[in-house]
Design a protein around this ligand. Structure first.
Ligand SMILES: Cc1ncc(COP(=O)(O)O)c(C=O)c1O
Length: 461
């Protein structure tokens, strides 16, 4: 039973707040869960119920919530200077220091930073930067972009068009379709029957190269790829995929954009996954989320010396006509700097590596359950894929909302796991302990068993 306090909030929310990804029909009856307090890896709803947040907000509360040192750093910057423009020839100390820090942490020649307000605007900036760069080079025909089915890159017009999740491309919205192309999702679990990982890799690499050749290398500007797909279902590509696709791009003069909005800042145990985990140096890296651990909104587009030299080459008429009022926002940059300092001081990446490995191993035990077809991911970025038939890998009808049913059972037991149609994804704070891994895995198992019992009782399994 909701308290009157919660009921009031729940009702006003329903009446006035349009949520990202609202499913209008169910929202009319279900409304939203009101979350009111965050402490470390735990959230509390408006009636005081405590949840372990195995989703880390939305892949972002990396150092955990409610830290005094973060609150202090933010408050100090608000007192000193809450806002200053970074347009044209103005700058501020937190923005400068953060840009320099990111250049130090990022792979090799990625020494230049453009600040935005989050992941979508970082991706949109990458998209515009690519156009700008290719035009500066006189490659005016390079207008096409290649991405993957199942990818997620955010929700500005360009970012959503680059994204390849079928369920996100709802018919009521429009998308850029003439210059954006989607090749296969590199998910070995869904590869043609019996195909080895090595053969599947060859198929995927050939497909990228064929697509570039079909469009014409003089027409293709860039390839966008998350090192591990997040919202598309934590898809870990076959071994060596990143290096091989990077090589294909280099061969054909196609820029490689690694969308590290989820994977950067520790989710896979390193600052950036591209180089430290997968051994590649992209031309552009986008990041957000863990950059401030969700304390304040900020995104960044990091790009190479080569791109910078080209776009800033002598030309008296050239203006980089792009930017947001809140690019280089001093308070957001101060929060990101403090977040990075905390991660360094407390060696949070080491915890992500150690506890992440334990999480990977423990979650694999869920494969024994009758509807768990796949358990995949890396470190603190994991997913279970629920299927109606483990032999044929047939999924449940979308309308059954199997992921949501499991998430609801877990909610009741004080665990938040994110449903994405038939999947449950997890991206807990990087401060997670082994005991919390045990709690998460055991509670999730109980939730799945309870849903299986319901399905059997209803004759649906
Ligand atoms: C890989 C990736 N890119 C971009 C975005 C968009 O970020 P934001 O929601 O901060 O705009 C997301 C968000 O989940 C993401 O996962």
């Amino acid at each position: 039973m909701m308290s009157n306090y919660t009921k009031d909030l729940w009702t006003k929310d329903k009446d006035h707040l349009l949520h990202p990804w609202t499913h209008f029909d169910s929202f009319k009856t279900d409304g939203a869960l009101v979350l009111e307090k965050g402490e470390g890896s735990y959230l509390y709803d408006s009636d005081g119920k405590r949840y372990f947040d195995a989703v880390g907000g939305l892949w972002c509360t990396n150092i955990g919530l409610g830290r005094e040192d973060m609150a202090e750093a933010i408050a100090e910057q608000v007192r000193k200077m809450a806002y200053a423009s970074a347009f044209v020839d103005l700058t501020n100390p937190p923005a400068v220091e953060l840009a320099a820090k990111l250049a130090q942490l990022a792979p090799g020649a990625l020494n230049h930073v453009f600040f935005s307000t989050g992941g979508s605007t970082a991706v949109d900036t990458a998209f515009r930067l690519i156009q700008y760069y290719q035009n500066c080079r006189g490659k005016h025909g390079k207008k096409h972009v290649i991405s993957r089915k199942g990818s997620y890159h955010g929700t500005t017009y360009a970012a959503m068009s680059i994204g390849g999740k079928k369920a996100d491309h709802v018919p009521e919205f429009d998308y850029i379709s003439d210059t954006i192309h989607h090749i296969s999702c590199p998910n070995h679990y869904r590869a043609p029957d019996g195909m080895s990982e090595a053969d599947y890799l060859e198929l995927l690499v050939r497909e990228l190269e064929d697509k570039i050749l079909e469009l014409g290398p003089d027409k293709v500007a860039a390839f966008f790829a998350e090192p591990i797909m997040g919202a598309g279902g934590v898809v870990v590509p076959p071994r060596d995929y990143q290096r091989r696709t990077r090589e294909v791009c280099k061969t054909h003069d196609v820029l490689y954009v690694a969308d590290e909005v989820v994977t950067a800042f520790g989710r896979l145990g390193h600052w950036f996954a591209s180089q430290e985990v997968f051994g590649i140096e992209p031309d552009i890296v986008t990041c957000a989320k863990g950059l401030s651990s969700g304390y304040l909104p900020i995104g960044a587009t990091l790009y190479s010396d080569e791109i910078h030299e080209t776009i800033s080459a002598d030309n008296p008429d050239r203006v980089f006509a792009h930017g947001f009022t809140y690019s280089g926002h001093p308070v957001c940059c101060a929060a990101a700097l403090k977040n990075i300092e905390i991660m360094e001081r407390e060696d949070i990446l080491a915890n992500a590596r150690e506890v992440g490995s334990y999480f990977e191993t423990r979650l694999q035990t869920l494969r024994e359950l009758p509807i768990v077809g796949d358990v995949r991911g890396m470190k603190l970025m994991m997913c279970i894929e629920n299927v109606a038939n483990k032999d044929t890998k047939e999924t449940f009808p979308d309308a059954m909302n199997i992921g949501k049913r499991i998430a609801n059972k877990c909610d009741e037991m004080g665990l938040i796991v994110r449903p994405i149609i038939h999947l449950n994804v997890m991206s807990p704070p990087l401060i997670m302990t082994k005991d919390e891994v045990d709690f998460t895995v055991e509670t999730l198992a109980k939730g799945i068993r309870a849903v299986v019992d319901d399905l059997v009782r209803a004759g649906e399994l």
